[in-house]
Each structure stands twice: as C-alpha cells, then as structure tokens.
Design a protein around this ligand. Sequence first.
Ligand code: CDP
Ligand code: MG
Length: 722
Amino acid sequence: NQERRFAIAKQNYGDASAGDEKKPFAEQSAWVEQQIKRATLNLKKHKNPTSDEYEFVFEDDVNHFINATTMDCDKFEVESPIEPNLVDEREALPIYTFRDQLLKAVCDHQVLVITGETGSGKTTQIPQYLHEAGYTKRGKIGCTQPRRVAAMSVAARVAQEMGVKLGHEVGYSIRFENYTSEKTVLKYMTDGVLLRELLGEPGLASYSVLMVDEAHERTISTDILFGLVKDIVRFRPDLKLLISSATLDAKKFSDFFDSAPIFEIPGRQYPVEISYTKAPEANYLDAAIVTVLQIHVTQPDGDILVFLTGQEEIETAEEMLNQRTKGLASKIAQLVIFQMYGNLPTERQAKIFEPTPKGARKVVLATNIAETSLTIDGIKYVIDPGFCKMKTCNPRTEMESLLVTPISKASAMQRAGRAGRTGPGKCFRLYTTYDYHNDMEDNTAPEIQRTNLANIVLTLKSLGINNLMNFEFMDPPPVEALLKALEVLYALSALNKSGELTKIGRKMAEFPLDPKLSRMIVASDRYKCSDEIITIAAMLSVGYDIFYCPKNKKLLADSAKMNFHRGHVGDHIALLNVYTSWKETNFSTQWCYDNFVQVRSMKRARDIRDQLEGLLERVEIELTSNTSDIEAIKKAITSGFFTHSSRLLKNGSYQTVKHPQTVYIHPTSGLSHEHPKWVIYNELVLTTKEYMRQVTEIKSEWLLEMAPHYYQLKDVEDSGSK
Ligand code: CDP
Ligand code: MG
C-alpha cells in the first residue's frame, strides 16, 4: 500500500519530501521506496534530497535507535516520555529563594559573577529563570560547560523540568554532536564549541545572555572565552554575561571583569569532620579500600564517595571490594558499588542517581568529575586519597603526560565538602596534616599553563587576534609554549613569516581538530586520498580506545588486532583498515564483537567522519579515494605529522629528529616488534617510558619533500653515512 508506506516513511524519516510537495507523487514515493530499502539494509546513510540541512544514520540491528548528528529535531519523536516539571524539586533548591534578587542583579549589571555550592541549582535554574523573565525574546541563552557529559546531562534535565523535548527549546551542542534546532532558546554547550561558534559569529549576535559556567575549572577554552567575551561585552551593551562557579576564585573573576559584582548563593553546607592518616600511606588504593570497609562495618548509614584517578583504577578498586566482601553477605549489609568517570556510557552514569536500596550502602568510585561537576545525593562519607590524574604538556618536546599528581588544597576542600550536602558528614584524607600543609599547592595550575597551545593559537588567529602578546589572559600561558605553538603553525604553513594566517591556515581552522590532523586533511587533496585521510583523522579523534582486550581472551584479541596490521602497514593504515572492514559489513555490531573492536568508538568515528566529510566541501576539497596507493596515504599523513618524526637508534629505541630525545614505540602499536628505521607518530606520551603512540613507517626523504622549510639534509641522513 503505497500511501500507507509513504505515511509511515514520513513518520519515520521526517517530512523530508515536504519541499517537494509539487513533485508528482510517483517521484516522491520512489524516494520513499529508496529510503525504506536503505533502512532495511540497516545503517545506511540518509541524506535529505531536497536540502542539505540534515543527515542521519539509521541503526536497526541492536536497539533500533536513530543516531543524529546534525538534525532538525522537529522531524522526530523523541522516545523518552515527557515528565512534568518537577516543580517541587526545583523550588527546594537553594537558589530558588534568591530567584528575584538574582534577576534584579542581572537586570542591573551587564556582567555578574555568581558563586554557589555545587548542587545549588546554578546550571539548571539560572537559564530557566532568565527564560521565564523574557530574556529569550531577544536571543538565545547560552551556557558553557567544560565537560561534554555535563552539557548533555544538564540539557536533558532542564528539558525535563521545562516539559519540552530535548533538542527543541532546550538543546545541547558538543564537538561532533549538535542537538539543537531552530526553536532552541536554552543552549548548553562545551566551552570549546562556543569558541568555534565565535568564528562564525564574532559578536555572539544570536545570544542575549551568555553564562560561562563552571568557570573555576579553568579549562583552556574557558580561559580564552574570558578574554574574548570581555571584549564582546564592550561593544554589545545588550548582552548579559554571567560567570558562574563553585565557591572558588570568585574574587579573581570579578577582578578580571573590571570589578564585576559577585552574587553569592549561600550553600546549605553541613559541617564535615576531617581526619588525616597519622603516617603517609604506601598504597593509597589499598588504603582506600580498607577505609571503605571500615566505614561500612563501623559507621551509621550514609553513602560513600571515593575519589580515584581514572577508569582503570576504579575498575581495580571495584574488583578489590568484591573480593574482600565475598562470602560476607550474611555478616555485613549489602554494598552497592558504582563507577563514575567521564567516559562512562550515559546509561550507566544515570544509574548512580537512583536511590540506594533499603538496608544497603552505596559506594561511588569516582574521578575528579564528582568534585564539582555533579552532585550525588546521600553522600555522607568522602574518602580522599589526595591524587588526581593531570594532563601536562612539555612545551619544548610536546610530550604529553597524564600523570597521577597530588591535588591542591582547593581541590581537597571541595572534595571534603561533598560529604556535607544533605547532612553532617565525614571526610577521610589518606594523607597527613603535614602533607596537606606543606606539600600541596593552594590551587591547581590552569590548563592554559600546562597544555599544547597550537590549536588555540590557530583559533585566535582566525578570529583576527594577531598579536597574542596583547591578548587579555586571566593567567598568561608560558611564553615558551606560545612560541612553540607559533613555530608549529608556521612549520605547518598555517602562518606566514609575519605570523599571519595563510590560505592553508584558514582551511585548517575550519576543522575542529588538532592542527596536525587538519593539515593532513588539507594535504590529502594533493594526494587524492581525502576519503581515506578523513577516516584516519576520525579514528584518531574518537577519544576512546578502538580495540578492547578482555583479560581472559588476550591472545584472541591480539591476533584479531594484528589482522588489521597485515603487511606491516603501520597504525594509521591499520585504523583505516578497521573502519573500512566495518563499513563493508554494513557497520555490523556483531563484526565489532567478533574482532574485539569497541562498537561505541566506531559509531563515534562514523559520526566524526560524516562531519569531516561535510567540512571538506566547505574548504573545497573533493572527496577522492585512492585506496590502493598506500604510499600516497602515508605521504598525506606525513604532511601533517612531519614534526613528529623519529629515527631508529638501536635496540628499539628511537630519537626524535628535531629536538632530539629518546623515545620508544608504544607496546600497543602494531609496529612495536618491527623497528622500522624512520617513523612518524601521532603523539608522545609519558607513562612508564617516553612512548610514541600510533606509529607509521616513512621514508626519510619524504621529510625533505614535505617540509623543506623545516628539515635539512643533515637531519635525515642515515647515521651510518654521517
Ligand atoms: O550548577 P549547580 O552545581 O549549582 O547545580 P545544578 O547542576 O543546577 O543541579 C541542581 C540539582 O539538579 C542537583 O542537585 C540535582 O538534584 C539536579 N540535577 C539532576 O537531577 N540531574 C542533572 N543532570 C543535573 C542536576
Ligand atoms: Mg553547575
């Protein structure tokens, strides 16, 4: 029944042919027919034939959901039921009492610094109050978050409170994922996304209010936004700027914004009793586990929050807890364990907020994410081993390290505070008072002072900020790091000798990627392999592991992985092989299981790849495939990564070509047993050793060919002939 099928298709795919109403029905239904075929084939890309407005990807195999990248949400019914407003909960929040005062303060001042305890309602309520007060009649209210997870979950919560569908009035936008529509008036987004939005809308014209939230996190994007929006408010007197943060650093924010007034939301903080260990702990993880068990058997009801440094440690801790409580079921109350870290799938994150079963005790094993960005009700005991994982980049060598580092006093205070949210609590610090007073810094250094700046500098340059020395930084980055960024961008031909953006640089800035990756994409035009290169760029940008390796199936997993390395192609081409093979199976989930590949990573790679494909058009690069010419692909990669080259020394140790230092191929690399003479690598990481990750063999003469301005003959001569 043509008509019925048409109606169903319309419902399922949106009214994609609406613009086509005048076309003969046969033509429309042919299109519908085609769509139905595609959908039944599972996971085919679908593009609106009448406009380029949106793209989506269907997935029918596992749980039949529609995964949208840039989509017009009006076209879909979102499955989640709409709960009415949660009015009582909203009115119980500490911020509620200050609603009118806050609105008055916003009305009276253009820039306002707002502080309040985590959980007081800043992120979810302030944008709603402003919306209710009519600010959205003049433009959107934007609210930036340092973390992707926060942007998504807060937007979902606010949509629920307002009784609207997520993506309609309330939406979110994070890198490679835009969930907003024409209707959206409250937009939650990562700070990085807003920074990129500024490229297209330098005056934030479509916004009436901007709230830079979680300002205390001081991510690099937030810091750059500070400098930019400070300038914007000068020529946009109608734009309201709110800087909101937990109860840290308010004075500093106020000073930076020309003594903007500070609006404090008094918290409902109950007293927290803090204890320290008498002697330093040799093994903090073990100490943390012991403390959990001690609390569990000796202390009254109340949930426990343990701060650990990362996913792996959290998983180990859960295993240890399970081991030690095994067989005690009849003797002790039930211990319900939850994990909480940034990369945790959203469904599992949501579980944490469910109330604890009667008679049981909840233990949340969390990273820093639980320090300020989310609140778990019912926590009465906090265990703080005093460490976190911190990413630092050595500006000279570009070596990144994600090392376990002592936290700052400010962090320690914040962690302890988590125990006093719903009643008096206790915090157990697994370090001594001496360590606290003598070995811990007052504050954590902001990210801008310990990270690679190439990307940020490229963004600033494309915003027309040429003289970086004049940019108003809240805390300036080290001059050495700025110079290094300029050097790298110059080497990549993104800047000319006077430090101005070149044509290549302008193209590169279109991609929300590290400049080396963007350079590689721009270069792929010349080697006619943009198709392969955007796949590689997407696979490198996923942010999660591609492969997984269950402990009990290590051999199988390893051999599955080596399949993609056949012909000793190197890690980049292996990634390409993974993607291509997956695509050939019609993006099958079963294929991922069979090959020890993470489905979630692959889906993300596909989304990213689709977006990069769209961006190719913007910079006028044709999508061309050159699958059989591995050398051309490698050359394109080298064009982006030539600054990351190294040569074999001996016994598998390598030396980076510029700024020589000794490095090694990471054991997870397909080339870790091969030791090719010359390689390029995606990144340097310092873990147990200085490792190169994602490595590909090259010919040394390519370095001269791609970067004659960067390398000289003597750099690439074989050490033998030297
Ligand atoms: O921003 P702030 O830390 O001040 O608070 P918020 O994020 O607005 O959260 C206020 C309250 O909303 C929390 O205490 C939670 O009860 C609730 N909330 C939630 O249930 N789910 C979320 N994703 C975010 C907040
Ligand atoms: Mg918040």
